[in-house]
Structures are given as C-alpha cells and as structure tokens.
Design a protein around this ligand. Structure first.
Ligand code: AMP
Ligand code: GLY
Length: 423
C-alpha cells in the first residue's frame, strides 16, 4: 500500500526508516519531510495542517494509510476531516480524532480524565481569569516548588516550576490576565510537585486493544546534569534501567489499562499512539501528562527496538484487531544523541552545512532539522541530527553514538555529553 507520513522531524525520519523496511509498503511519502526522509521516501512540500492539500495528495497517489507525527494536525482534527469525507473514509489514519487529541490539547481535560478513572497523577485545581484570587489562595496551601501549567498547547513552554510563592502568584496573573501564552493560558492548572525520576511509556491502541512499546527516557534540558532550559529533547535511551518488572506491572495495572478502558467508557474513539509521561515517586508511577503522538527523540530509540513490521501493526489498528499481535522487542539497548544548533532552544542560525554524515557506519543517522541544497545537507532547525546506536547496555550504545557524533560537524554544533549520568 501507499503510505503518507505527516511531519518533518527525527520522529518522522524514524517512522520512514521503519516503514520503508516493510514488504507491505509500496510508495512512501512524507509531508513535508527533511533531507533524511528524502533518501528513502518522496518528500512533498505540504504543511501538516493543510488538510485540503493533504486530501489532494492522498487521492492523487492512492494513499491508503496516513501516519500523523506531530500533535498539531490531530488537535486541529485531521482524523475527523478524513472520517467526514467520503473520498477519504477508508484511509487508515494513525492518530486520534480531535476529541481524543484533547488529552494533549488541554491539561484540564486530561486531569479530569485521570481523576474520573482513578489514574494516579498530581493533585490539582484549575483556574481562569475570573478565579485568579482563588488560584493565589490555592498556591498558599501548597508547598514549593509550585507547578503552573497553561491549559492549551504552548510549544512545550507552557509549564512553569517556581520556587518562590510570590513569584508563582505573579506568574499565575501573567498567564491568566496578561495572556502570557495567549489563548493557551486562558486556563491554568496548578498542581502538586512530584519529586521523582521521569520516563516515557508508549502505547499503541485501536481503541479497544493495545500493545505497549519499549519504554524510554529522554533528556529534556539543554545543559549537562539536567540544567538550563527545556528543549524538545537532547537524547534518549531504551530500555529504562530503573523500570523493573514490578514497577512496569504497576504502570500497566494502574495506568495503561484504566487509560484505555477510560477512553472506552467515555466514548472517546482512539486509534493511534498514547505517549504517557510518567514519573516514578518512591516505587510508584504517576502520570505527568498525556501526549497523543510518539515522543521525539524517544521514537529514535523505541522503533529501532521494535522487531514487528510497523505497517502490520498500523493495519491492525485500522482493523481493530491489535489483540492478534504481540510486540517483539530487540533485547539490545538503543540510545540516541541529538546534535543541536548553537543557541537552541532560544535563537539559533540555520543553513549551516553538515559534514561527515557519510562516514558514520555503525550507528543510524536520523535527520531532525535538515534540508537538501543540491548535494549538500544543511541545518534547518534547532534539533538537527540524532545519532542512534545499539549496544548490549545503554552505556555501550551511548559510547558508540558519541564516537559517531565526533565524526560529524556543523558550525556551532552542540550536544550533551552526559546522557545517562543519572542512571
Ligand atoms: P508537561 O508538559 O506536563 O510534561 O511538563 C513538562 C515538564 O515539567 C515535565 O516533563 C516534568 O519534568 C515537569 N513537571 C510537570 N508536572 C510536574 C509535577 N507535577 N511535578 C514535578 N514536575 C513536573
Ligand atoms: N520528548 C518529549 C516529547 O516528544 O514531547
């Protein structure tokens, strides 16, 4: 079958790499893609939320499956758009409809969902501009640090963790009254701070049945030792050494099953990935957030550890018979190191030539923010190239990734040298 992937990052290059290995994939398209996807698929210059242009492409190229990478098209209703159109109804769309995507699109919606289904998460209350003073009073009942979350999508910047009570109150006012994050902070969720270590859980569901993919841990901060600003992710490892069987059984019983059952009980149709951001507090798992897509850069270590044919898995999602498939995992560890443009996650330059990629042999090169210029590969984003490696454990895999990062370069390239430091 012909398949289209929406997106242009490392996650989408990894999807392309995996789907291109399937005997069931005939033609593979990526919109808009990057220099990496161009090597294995056909890039089409269409934006991920340009639904009419996507429709035209799907019809013209007889595409039967659309895999949605990022959250924006899901939150804007790309799956609903396909369902409502007679010409597109039979296309399998991997990614939930708008209602399900609200699990990521609204923190308040997801907290209410968790509360309704007894899924462990931080205690919280939500406020709007008419209840700012109540919000300040609620902050007074909590202990520092204070966690303030813009309700809507805020490009990963909408969560503030603040030590000082007065500063937390003024930030709350800025978010609600001064619209610090625009519409996204018209409501703010204030929640209890959970002290623990984070990990990412990935579930693929057809709405009734589910499979759990390998667990991963990503490194979000820009600086060594998990310091500095939050980024989209500076690297990832899989499996997660501290996620032992006892702990993962708790995740399954207390979180994954109630989540999938909750979607059913609430009549929320859902075909796609659920990315559950978890935190381990003592020996117990809590949900930090839901995302309705795969993680990036987690995908760059999760999919290399999945031995199944990804197209088979996605077809089973479309046909609602995911119960017939078991996930086969590669026992090796996988790690990825993300190289980024100097200055990221703040201002950075683009258009720098990337050298040395062709000399990398025993790692997989996933492009995140790149574009082709003739034969040259140029940087075109903050996160640029992810170098994924296998190893008997994450340390061996990391060593390989770092050796290969040293073979590539571009002006002002930066990466973290301490991934796994906390394990
Ligand atoms: P989110 O966008 O909800 O994933 O939040 C971004 C980051 O903020 C998470 O990855 C955590 O590191 C941190 N965070 C969010 N909520 C909490 C919480 N209740 N307690 C501690 N850290 C949190
Ligand atoms: N790596 C975190 C995310 O994709 O949101």
């Amino acid at each position: 079958m012909n398949i289209l992937i929406l997106g242009s990052g490392g996650r989408e290059h990894t999807f392309s790499w995996k789907i291109a290995q399937s005997s069931q994939c005939d033609k593979l398209f990526v919109a808009p893609g990057n220099a990496g996807t161009a090597q294995i698929a056909t890039n089409v210059a269409i934006g991920v939320t340009d639904f009419e242009a996507i429709k035209e492409l799907v019809i013209k190229e007889a595409i039967e499956m659309v895999v949605v990478g990022p959250e924006a098209p899901l939150v804007e209703g790309v799956h609903d758009f396909f369902k409502a159109d007679a010409a597109l109804q039979n296309v399998i769309v991997i990614g939930p409809e708008k209602l399900g995507a609200t699990l990521e699109g609204s923190k308040e919606f997801s907290k209410e969902f968790m509360q309704r289904h007894n899924i462990p998460t931080a205690a919280y209350q939500s406020f709007d501009k008419n209840t700012v003073e109540e919000g300040c009073q609620f902050l007074e009942t909590l202990k520092a640090p204070y966690v303030l979350k813009a309700d809507g999508l805020a490009a990963g910047k909408g969560v503030l963790i603040i030590q000082d009570l007065d500063e937390a109150k003024s930030s709350l006012r800025e978010m609600l009254v001064d619209a610090k994050f625009g519409e996204a902070s018209a409501k703010v969720v204030i929640e209890e701070f959970l002290d623990g270590i984070e990990l990412s859980c990935f579930v693929l569901t057809d709405g009734k049945n589910y499979v759990t993919l390998p667990y991963a841990k990503d490194y979000k901060r820009i600086g060594e030792g998990d310091t500095g600003l939050n980024t989209g992710g500076m690297g990832a490892i899989s499996p997660v050494p501290f996620a032992d069987d006892t702990f993962l059984d708790k995740v399954e019983e207390r979180i994954i099953k109630p989540t999938v059952n909750g979607l059913n009980q609430d009549n929320i149709p859902y075909k796609g990935f659920i990315f559950i951001g978890l935190i381990r507090v003592g020996d117990d798992p809590f949900v930090i957030e839901y995302n309705v897509r795969m993680g990036d850069p987690e995908t760059e270590v999760v999919l290399p550890r999945v031995k199944n044919d990804l197209v088979e898995l996605f077809k089973a999602v479309g046909n609602e018979n995911l119960d017939t498939i078991a996930i086969e995992k590669d026992d090796r560890a996988a790690t990825t190191v993300m190289t980024v443009s100097g200055g990221y996650p703040e201002a950075y330059e683009k258009g720098k030539e990337i050298a040395g990629l062709e000399t990398i042999q025993d790692s997989i090169v996933f492009h995140a923010g790149t574009k082709l210029d003739g034969n040259k590969v140029l940087t075109s984003g903050g996160r640029v190239i992810a170098i994924t490696s296998y190893g008997t454990d994450f340390r061996e895999a990391l060593q390989r990734s770092y050796q290969n990062v040293d073979k590539m370069s571009f002006d002002k390239m930066y990466f973290r040298t301490d991934l796994g430091f906390d394990l």
